[in-house]
Ligand binder design. Structure first.
Ligand code: CA
Length: 411
């Protein structure tokens, strides 16, 4: 889960990667009180009733443990293999198929209305909350107030809090039942309050929009949301592909889309060996686990998935799980065993790349597009397969090159 983008919907998966809790002090009572007064003003200004402003917002106690979750850094850099194997499971595939059968007629209508195929809706639902099994139990108003009163992202969470209060009133909710993730995402599809207010739909037409308890409301809301994020009807998310021997890996990366006709010229094919065709549809090549793992061609709808949750791993998981639910096979290659780097090791690796002149941006320990690009540049310069993946061999080569230069300079 990325906080860098719009952060409309946020899965509970975010919680799982935060491994060790940091001690965070309880907010200063006077500062918290002043913050509540500021938030009450914002709420009144947005049209929240005096009752809600005083009796609910006025009574909120801070939840210091939320700040602990917010501050935590993962200890290890997540690998595609680790991420994917935990998310695209046989259990989710089978449960997804059951849910697809259970709601088939309703889902068909949603696809007619919003243009998003049923198996994607089921896949998002499965990845966000295990089909409603894990929706989060943290009181949303208290969580959002705590985050709004913290410096780090106060403006964003203040706005979400106001939307949550408006939602409470619009739906006539008991605030005790308004629960979700530590960051304020709610219900089956983990919508943030703004998304809930704007995009949630009354799927079963009972006059209420209930994403906590009503599966039809949740599915209709996901369909409406995805339509608004720009889903292109009639197109896939992408697919796994096969690359020819001697493929030029420097063509890979989300920022380098090319028409399918271009990829066909490069002899990239479907896993079955079938051609990708010669259309001008733009697609980018992703190699999330390095050249020994699967390669994926991603289409414009992949960007729509990333607008829901800005993570390439998440996008591939949503797309592949959706495919599996419709009966397609597993990945053509086994998930490779990948080295586990600590965040500190990855940061050091990034710093060395920057020193060597291969720009990876800020050394944040995240294996993002900039790092992959820098790694590809380095790999080309030393004659390694330029897949942008920090394999053991690549990391050793970077460290040795940096060390040699340092020794030369110091001798
Ligand atoms: Ca309803």
């Amino acid at each position: 889960m990325s906080f860098k983008t719009m952060f409309i919907a946020t899965g509970l998966s975010a919680v799982a990667i935060f491994s060790h809790a940091q001690e965070v002090q309880t907010p200063d009572p006077i500062a918290f009180h002043q913050c509540i007064e500021r938030l009450q003003q914002l709420a009144r200004h947005a049209g929240v009733s005096e009752n809600t402003t005083v009796d609910i917002l006025g009574q909120v106690k801070p939840l210091p443990k939320i700040l602990g979750y917010d501050r935590n850094q993962p200890e290890f850099v997540q690998t595609f293999t680790g991420y994917f194997s935990k998310r695209v499971t046989d259990w989710r595939v089978n449960k997804g198929r059951e849910k697809l059968a259970e709601h088939r007629e309703f889902l068909f209508k949603l696809t007619q209305q919003y243009g998003v195929p049923a198996h994607y809706l089921i896949s998002f639902w499965g990845l966000e909350t295990n089909f409603g099994g894990i929706k989060g139990k943290i009181p949303t108003i208290a969580a959002l107030t705590t985050l709004a009163c913290d410096q780090r992202r106060s403006a964003y969470f203040s706005a979400e809090l106001v939307q949550a209060l408006l939602l409470l009133e619009r739906e006539g909710l008991d605030h005790k039942n308004m629960i979700g993730s530590w960051a304020g995402a709610m219900g089956h599809t983990q919508f943030m309050p703004t998304a809930y207010m704007k995009y949630a739909k009354d799927g079963d037409a009972d006059g209420k929009v209930d994403l906590w308890n009503n599966e039809l409301d949740a599915l209709a809301s996901a369909a409406h949301f995805l339509q608004n994020l720009g889903w292109e009807t009639g197109f896939r998310w992408g697919r796994e592909v096969l690359l020819p021997e001697g493929f030029n890996y420097q063509l890979a990366g989300k920022s380098q889309p090319q028409p399918l006709s271009f990829w066909s010229q490069q002899q990239v094919t479907q896993v079955s060996g079938k051609t990708l065709g010669d259309s001008d549809l733009k697609a980018a090549l992703l190699i999330p686990a390095g050249h020994t793992g699967s390669a994926f061609m991603v289409y414009p709808n992949f960007d729509v998935i990333l607008r829901w949750n800005n993570s390439e791993y998440y996008g591939i998981a949503v797309g592949h799980l959706a495919d599996r639910i419709t009966g397609q096979g597993t990945l053509s290659k086994p998930l490779p065993e990948l080295p586990h780097y600590t965040l500190a090791e990855m940061q050091q690796f990034q710093e060395k790349l920057n020193q060597l002149g291969f720009d990876v941006g800020e050394a944040d320990g995240i294996l993002g597009p900039a790092t992959r690009k820098g790694v590809r540049g380095f790999q080309v310069s030393v004659g390694l397969i330029a897949d942008g993946y920090p394999s053991k061999e690549t990391v050793e080569a970077v460290m040795n090159t940096a060390l040699n230069i340092e020794q030369e300079i110091n001798s």
